[in-house]
Design a protein around this ligand. Structure first.
Ligand code: NDP
Ligand code: MG
Ligand code: MG
Length: 335
């Protein structure tokens, strides 16, 4: 069983009197910075000059400085910038401000695990990774609860890195729900695998391919959209609440029998091989190299694929159907 920690295992005093800089005020940055601040800690947000989030962070009651100024001032530097810019910002603006005994903190291990940031030996390097999108990290904290998280130590220069990580997780609210101990390697590789194979990549391809099959077979795209995409949320909600068991219990006997017997034929041995191949490319660094080079080349593949996706018949019909369901109220529908 994975080792878990709760509020009682963590001591916020480890961070009292320390200056924390949270770099970035996006999805995770705005949530974790405000939670740490509301937990009574000394938080400054680091942003680039001219950031539209500068004013927002100040209105939220936080001090704001440039990334370089905040890094120089701080004892604990939490890097909540997009993964693909972290290395460049680290070497140009953060590293010059670090001193022996400081700590750098991540919410995802990519840059450390794949050598994009090689930290000096005299600082602590740890991870506090909420297992949730940022807006929920903030909302559940305000409601008095928290989201589960992961903690890991990569480098323990002070001998106190794990206690610091737990205190940090407490400040963010994660120890309210429980944090699991992991390593930078395990977090990075499982996170990439999940998002590629299952959560983002696998689900998107399942939706698109099953939609295409129905439309190619002559069914109306509206029907195809409802069956392959719209209803997915209802099913996932059941799984989220009570596992596959609750989902099978809740659907009709017809859906249960058909789903149990046909599902393994669709996600089959070939799919399993493809999953192992994806995992191999994560473990041997090939995916990381590809993604880093994609970033350095100004995202040519992402730009093209995003455009192709927007033009896909699923997205075209989906946009129209969702516009007739105003209660969905998705900002993305307006774009
Ligand atoms: P976002 O894309 O939401 O962060 C954007 C922030 O970074 C903005 O404040 C932006 O500033 C700033 N920024 C971008 N480029 C630069 C730059 N060159 N110099 C200075 N500031 C810059 O990131 P996320 O919150 O999604 O991700 C942060 C980390 O958290 C990543 O490591 C990610 O893997 C991890 N994570 C994210 C999760 C999520 O739910 N999104 C979940 C768990 C972990 P500006 O206002 O100027 O644009
Ligand atoms: Mg991820
Ligand atoms: Mg049905």
């Amino acid at each position: 069983m994975a080792q878990m920690y709760y509020d009682n295992d963590a001591d916020l005093n480890m961070l009292k009197g320390k200056k924390i800089a949270v770099m970035g005020y996006g999805s995770q940055g705005h949530a974790q910075a405000q939670n740490l601040h509301d937990s009574g800690l000394d938080v400054t947000v680091g942003l680039r000059e001219g950031s539209r989030r500068w004013k927002q962070a100040e209105e939220d009651g936080l001090k704001v400085m440039t990334v370089a100024e905040a890094a120089k001032m701080a004892d604990v530097v939490q890097i909540l910038l997009p993964d693909e810019v972290q290395s460049q910002v680290y070497y140009s603006e953060i590293e010059p401000g670090l001193e022996a005994g400081n700590a750098i903190v991540f919410s995802h291990g990519f840059n450390i695990h794949y050598n994009q940031i090689i930290p000096q030996k005299d600082i602590d390097v740890y991870m506090v990774a909420p297992k949730s999108p940022g807006h929920l990290v903030r909302r559940t904290y305000v409601d008095g609860a928290g989201v589960p998280g992961l903690v890991a130590v990569y480098q323990d220069a002070t001998g106190k890195a794990m206690e610091m990580a737990l205190a940090h997780a407490k400040g963010v609210g994660c120890t309210r729900a429980g944090v699991y101990k992991t390593s930078f390697r395990e977090e990075t590789e499982t996170d990439l695998f999940g998002e590629q194979v299952d959560l983002c990549g696998g689900v998107a391809s399942l939706i698109k391919t099953s939609f295409e099959v129905l439309v190619e077979a002559g069914y109306q795209p509206e029907m195809a959209y409802f069956e392959t995409c719209h209803e997915l949320k209802l099913i996932v909600d059941l799984i989220h609440e009570g596992g596959l068991d609750k989902m099978w219990y809740s659907v009709s006997n017809t859906a249960e029998y058909g789903g149990m017997t046909v599902g393994p034929k669709v996600i089959n041995e070939l799919s399993r091989e493809a999953m192992y191949e994806a995992l191999d490319r994560i473990q041997n660094g090939e995916f990381a190299r590809e993604f880093v080079l994609e970033g350095k080349a100004n995202r040519p593949v992402l730009t093209a694929m995003e455009r192709q996706d927007r033009e896909h018949p699923l997205e075209v019909i989906g946009k129209e159907i969702r516009s007739k369901m105003p209660w969905l109220n998705s900002e993305l529908n307006e774009k």
